[in-house]
Design a protein around this ligand. Structure first.
Ligand code: HEM
Length: 522
């Protein structure tokens, strides 16, 4: 269990290093027994019918941290059976009220900002990684404006330019990576795919200079910064641990990378200015008239890099694993390439990507079974009544939505556990028909009571969906043109989920075998 074991290991190292194990084992034992007794009596004797039921737990503070952290969906399903769609559990001392099902999704995603606040739920984790003044380290209305600025850099025009850049990065990766030499071989996706998604996202969204920096001295910086995104940091981001010191150094160095690019562009030193996200953010200003400071441009760029990297990397990895397990879906994807691009497989373009219905349905289905973010959190800011119940959630609680639970519920998806991209045929435009609202960064679905919300909804809805589709569509198309994949001999199914990270990853090494189709480079 990542959160807990990470915390205990690191706390032990710290305590030993500082000689702080001063409480004798007997005293500690008595203290633990007493606190367990008081905690259990408290749960049995003081039930408040106006508050959601509390998931039974033996230890105060620790509560259900271990069972939740090990397998969140198993925990949610078990609690749903026992307590219904609304219940509270203890996560390292925090009271988390979970609201499941489409109405529960709606309750959290569509909550008013005055009632539910994302900043207070996430800032401890994200601000040391992204940097100050942006995303969850500023008032919500500024985040809405920052999302609008970022969206200006996510347009049809930029996507058209990105497709060939992404494709070139992928082809270059196959040609240079030792995992893909020869006519057949095997590749540990948990090593290869993070590199592939980082290179493709940085070459397109982040711009040429960032991509070049990532191949040279800055590659390890990204890794150190990434280490700040460990679950233990949700609660204790300030602990003086080695990985946090590295995170802080890396944050400053990454920010400097962007600041240097901005300075070169401002001084006119750069002869050929690129129209990319940095350029876009440098030219935006808030409604107040104030423009984005250079530091905030740099921090927004780090936020974009980190937001897209984990989600795309997890989704690409799961896609390849499920394709390896189902050759008939690979065939359907390959046939679609021939149908749309002709038998000589003309180069990929943004316009043609949208015609690849099978690719889109594969991505949709992967995000149904493996949505990267399993828990969406908000801090409760004013007492909140849960519709159709007697429950009022007090301000000492956080709320949590888990749309992945309804996305895997038989009530909404027949044979829910089955990877079946064909289930989406005829449902392609469902979200387009949902109620829309502009929270300040363009029209988005308002938090429909939907069982399927991998990109969230409402004011915190993802702005990266289209970019993710372009990136994933290009990667899947290029891979399917070039290779056939299979699971290692004897392995019947895709690997289990590893919940040690912030996103639901496939258990390493996530090996697949590959075979080149015809030796051509499309
Ligand atoms: C927000 C999922 C890719 C940038 C979100 C949220 C979800 C999500 C569920 C809502 C979080 C919440 O309500 O607390 C995904 C998935 C992706 C993906 C499944 C890919 C498969 C990206 C990419 C970018 C990005 C590529 C950047 C280009 C953002 C931003 C937010 C967000 C800026 C807004 C955070 C907020 O307003 O609080 N994403 N995302 N995402 N995502 Fe994504």
């Amino acid at each position: 269990m990542g959160l807990l074991s990470g915390l205990i290991d690191q706390a032990s190292v710290y305590l030993e290093g500082h000689n702080l194990w001063v409480v004798g084992p007997a005293t500690f034992g008595v203290f633990v027994v007493l606190s367990v007794i008081i905690n259990v009596l408290n749960q049995l004797l003081f039930k408040d019918p106006n508050q959601p039921p509390v998931v039974f737990h033996w230890f105060p503070f620790l509560g259900s941290t271990v069972v939740y952290g090990m397998e969140p969906y198993k925990f949610f399903n078990k609690c749903q059976e026992q307590y219904g769609d609304v219940f509270t559990f203890i996560l390292l001392g925090r009271k988390m009220t979970v609201t499941l099902g489409p109405k529960g999704n709606e309750f959290v995603f569509n909550g008013k900002h005055a009632d539910l606040c994302a900043e207070e739920a996430y800032t401890h984790l994200t601000t040391p990684v992204f940097g100050s003044g942006v995303v969850y380290d500023c008032p919500n209305h500024m985040l809405m404006e920052q999302k609008k600025f970022m969206k200006f850099g996510l347009t049809t025009e930029t996507f058209k330019a990105y497709v060939p850049l992404i494709k070139d990065e992928i082809v270059n990766y196959f040609q240079t990576s030792p995992f893909f030499s020869g006519q057949s071989g095997k590749v540990p996706l948990s090593t290869a795919i993070p590199q592939l998604t980082l290179f493709t996202a940085s070459r397109s969204l982040q711009g040429r200079e960032v991509r070049e920096a990532l191949t040279t001295t800055h590659a390890d910086l990204f890794h150190d910064l990434d280490m700040g995104f460990t679950p233990v940091n949700f609660m204790f981001p300030w602990l003086p641990l080695p990985h946090n010191a590295k995170r802080d150094r890396a944050q400053k160095a990454m920010a400097k990378l962007y600041l240097d690019i901005i300075a070169r562009r401002k001084s006119g030193e750069e002869s050929k200015k690129e129209i990319d996200m940095i350029w876009n953010l440098m030219n935006r200003s808030y409604k107040s008239g104030e423009s984005l400071s250079d530091l905030h441009v740099a921090h927004c760029m780090i936020a974009l890099l980190m937001a897209g990297q984990h989600t795309s990397m997890a989704t690409t990895t799961w896609t390849l694993l499920h394709l390896a397990a189902k050759p008939e879906i690979q065939k359907a994807l390959y046939d679609e390439q021939i149908k749309v691009f002709g038998k000589d497989l003309a180069p990929l373009t943004y316009e043609k990507l949208s015609e690849l219905q099978m690719v889109n349905n594969v991505v949709k289905e992967i995000l149904r079974i493996h949505p990267p973010l399993h828990s969406i959190m908000r801090k409760v800011k004013s007492p909140l009544h849960v519709p159709d119940t007697n429950f009022v959630i007090p301000t000492s609680h956080f709320v949590m939505a888990a749309p992945g639970v309804s996305a895997m519920d038989e009530k909404y998806f027949k044979n829910a556990k089955e990877f079946d991209p064909f289930r989406w045929v005829g449902h392609e435009a469902d979200e387009d028909n949902a109620e829309k609202f502009d929270f300040g960064f363009g029209l988005v679905s308002k938090g429909t009571a939907s069982p399927y919300l991998p990109f969230g909804a409402g004011r915190h809805r993802c702005i990266g969906e289209q970019f993710a589709n372009v990136q994933l569509g290009t990667i899947i198309s290029t891979l399917v043109r070039e290779f056939e994949f299979s699971l290692p001999p004897g392995q019947k199914d895709v690997p289990l989920v590893d919940y040690n990270s912030m996103v639901a990853l496939a258990m390493a090494p996530a090996m697949v075998h590959w075979k080149r189709r015809g030796g051509s480079n499309h």
